[in-house]
Write a protein that binds this ligand. Structure first.
Ligand code: FAD
Length: 470
C-alpha cells in the first residue's frame, strides 16, 4: 500500500480529499453527548487564579501572537539563546532583534534604553535569560530522567501517567545516534526502577485487554539514525533497527512501553516498515507494549490507519499495539516543502478538514478495539469531548480510552480529565535547554498560531463556538 510520496513522483501529485465517510452512520445523540462532555470538562478546568505564573505566560504569548513582527523577533531570539556565552551576549542579541520591530510598545522602548549601558545590558540579559528559562521549564520537566522523577512521580500520584521524550533533535552522525540510544536505555531503567516503588493508581494500571505498563518512553526514529532519506528508506530503516531492537528487548524485559513518534512525511514509510518488521521478529512477537502515531492532517491518513489495523489484527500474540491519534506537528514544513517542488500539499489546507478527519479517524480507531489500544492526543476540547462521547455511546468503559496532552500546553485539560476520572498521560520532554530549543520554538509557534484551538480559547471565544462541530 502506498503511503506518502514515492521518490519517483517528482511532478504534482493529486490527492483525493478524504474526510468523514459520507455513508458513515453516526450513533444518535453523538452531538448532544459531545457537547455535554465538553461542558463538563470546561467546568472542571482549573481556575486561572490558582496558576498565576501560567496566566502570565499566556498573557506574554497572547501579546506576541497579536504582533507578527515581535513574534518573529522573539522566535529568532529563542533560537540564538543556546549559542550565547554570556548575559551580555544575550542582551545584545535581544536588543538587535527587537530593533527590527518597527512599532515598539513603551515598555519595550524602555528596555532598549537600558541596553545602552553595560550594567543595563547585564540586567536586561539576566531578565531575558530567566524568562526563556522559565518558559522552557514549563515545557521541559528536567535535564535528565533522574532529575525529572520529581515531576513524573508527582503526576503519577495525582493519577496522571507520563511518556518521557528525550530531547535531542537532528542526529547527523552515528555517534550521536548511539548516544541517543544509550540515553533511551538509561531512561527505561531509571523510569522502571522508580515506577516500581510508586503506589497503585487503578486507572493507570489496566484496561479491558490487560495490564498497562507504568514506565513509558517515546522515541524518534530520526534520532536513532543519521541515514534517514526518503529516496532510500531501507538504509535508514536498517540502521535505526540496529539501535531500536535492543531498546525493544530491554522494554520487554522491564515491562515498559515504547512509543515511536511520527515526524515529517518523508520518514513515515521508514517508520512504519521499521516497526512492523521488528515486531515480527520471533523474540519480539510477545512484547513489549509498543505504540505508533497516526497523523490526521495527512490526506492519506485513512489508508495509513487501514495499514496499521491490518498489521495489528494479524498479530494477536503481543499486547495490542497502541495508536496515538494526533493532528500532526509539521504542517508548515509539509506545505512549504510541497510548494517548493510544485506538488499539492499532502496535508489538508483548511483546519476544519483536519479536525473533521481527526473525528472520523477517532471513531474508526475506537471501533477497532480490542485489536488496538487507542490514545487520543489533542488539546482541543471539542476533539477530546467527541472521543469520550463516542467511546461511551459505543458502550465501552472509560478505561478503554487514553487521552494524552503535551506538558506545558495541556496541563489545564489534563487536570480536568483526571478530576473526571479519565485516563490521561502527559508527554514530558526531558533534556537540557540547548537541546530543548527546537522543541520550545515549535510549541511556541503552535500555541500562538491563529488556527490553534488553545489560541482561540485563550482569546475568550465562547464555549458554544469552541464545541461546535468542525
Ligand atoms: C501527547 C501528544 C503527542 C504528540 N505526538 C506527536 C507526534 O508523534 N507527531 C506529530 O506530528 N505530532 C504530535 N503531537 C502534536 C499534534 O500533532 C498537534 O500538533 C498538537 O496536538 C495540536 O493539535 P490540537 O488538536 O491539540 O490543537 P488544534 O488547535 O485543534 O489543532 C492544531 C493542528 O491543526 C492542524 N492545522 C493547523 N492549521 C491547519 C490548516 N490550515 N489546515 C489543516 N490543518 C491545520 C495542525 O496539525 C495543527 O497542529 C502530539 C501531541 C500530543 C498532545
Amino acid at each position: 500500500m502506498s503511503c506518502g510520496r514515492s521518490p519517483d513522483q517528482s511532478g504534482p501529485v493529486a490527492f483525493a480529499t478524504v474526510t468523514a465517510a459520507p455513508s458513515e452512520a453516526l450513533p444518535s445523540g453523538l452531538e448532544e453527548e459531545t457537547s455535554r462532555v465538553g461542558r463538563e470538562l470546561a467546568a472542571a478546568l482549573p481556575s486561572r487564579a490558582r496558576h498565576p505564573m501560567r496566566a502570565l505566560d499566556e498573557k506574554a504569548m497572547e501579546l506576541s501572537s497579536r504582533d507578527g513582527e515581535l513574534r518573529a523577533a522573539l522566535f529568532r531570539f529563542v533560537d540564538v539563546t543556546p549559542a550565547c556565552r554570556s548575559l551580555d551576549d544575550l542582551a545584545s542579541h535581544l536588543t538587535a532583534l527587537v530593533e527590527e520591530v518597527p512599532k515598539r510598545s513603551s515598555s519595550l522602548d524602555a528596555a532598549m534604553r537600558m541596553a545602552d549601558t553595560r550594567a543595563g545590558r547585564l540586567a536586561l540579559g539576566a531578565a531575558a535569560a530567566s524568562g526563556v528559562r522559565h518558559m522552557a521549564h514549563r515545557f521541559i520537566v528536567g535535564e535528565s530522567p533522574a532529575e525529572a522523577l520529581g515531576v513524573i512521580g508527582g503526576l503519577w500520584r495525582t493519577g496522571v501517567g507520563t511518556s518521557v521524550d528525550l530531547l535531542g533533535e537532528a542526529t547527523v552522525t552515528a555517534a550521536e545516534a548511539d548516544r541517543y540510544a544509550k540515553r533511551c536505555s538509561e531512561a527505561l531503567r531509571v523510569l522502571s526502577e522508580a515506577h516500581a516503588h510508586w503506589p497503585r493508581q487503578e486507572r493507570l494500571e489496566a484496561d479491558s485487554t490487560g495490564p498497562l505498563p507504568r514506565a513509558n518512553l517515546s522515541v524518534k526514529v530520526s534520532a536513532l539514525t543519521p541515514l534517514l532519506r526518503p529516496d532510500a528508506p531501507g538504509v535508514g530503516r536498517d540502521d535505526a533497527a540496529r539501535r531500536l531492537r535492543p531498546l525493544l528487548l530491554e522494554a520487554r524485559d522491564l515491562g515498559a512501553h515504547l512509543h515511536i513518534d511520527m515526524e515529517s512525511l518523508d520518514s513515515l514509510e521508514t517508520t512504519f516498515e521499521l516497526v512492523f518488521e521488528l515486531l515480527e521478529e520471533p523474540e519480539l512477537r510477545a512484547g513489549p507494549s509498543v505504540g505508533l502515531v497516526l497523523q490526521a492532517y495527512l490526506r492519506d491518513s485513512p489508508a495509513h490507519l487501514e495499514r496499521i489495523l491490518g498489521f495489528a489484527r494479524a498479530s494477536s500474540a503481543r499486547p495490542p499495539l497502541q495508536v496515538r491519534l494526533v493532528k500532526g506537528a509539521y504542517w508548515d514544513h509539509e506545505v512549504v516543502e510541497a510548494r517548493q517542488h510544485g506538488w499539492s500539499p499532502p496535508v489538508f489546507e483548511v483546519k476544519a478538514d483536519s479536525d473533521r478527519n481527526f473525528e472520523a479517524l477517532t471513531r474508526r480507531l475506537l471501533d477497532a478495539r480490542p485489536a488496538v489500544r487507542v490514545a487520543v492526543a489533542s488539546h482541543n476540547l471539542r476533539s477530546v469531548a467527541h472521543a469520550i462521547a463516542y467511546s461511551r455511546l459505543r458502550g465501552a468503559p472509560d478505561s478503554d480510552l487514553e487521552l494524552q496532552v503535551l506538558r506545558g500546553l495541556g496541563d489545564d485539560l489534563q487536570e480536568a480529565l483526571a478530576t473526571r476520572g479519565l485516563r490521561v498521560r502527559s508527554y514530558c520532554p526531558v533534556g537540557d535547554l540547548v537541546a530543548g530549543m527546537a522543541y520550545l520554538v515549535r510549541r511556541l509557534l503552535e500555541n500562538t498560531s491563529n488556527e490553534s484551538f488553545l489560541q482561540e480559547q485563550a482569546s475568550g471565544a465562547d464555549l458554544d463556538r469552541l464545541l461546535a462541530p468542525p
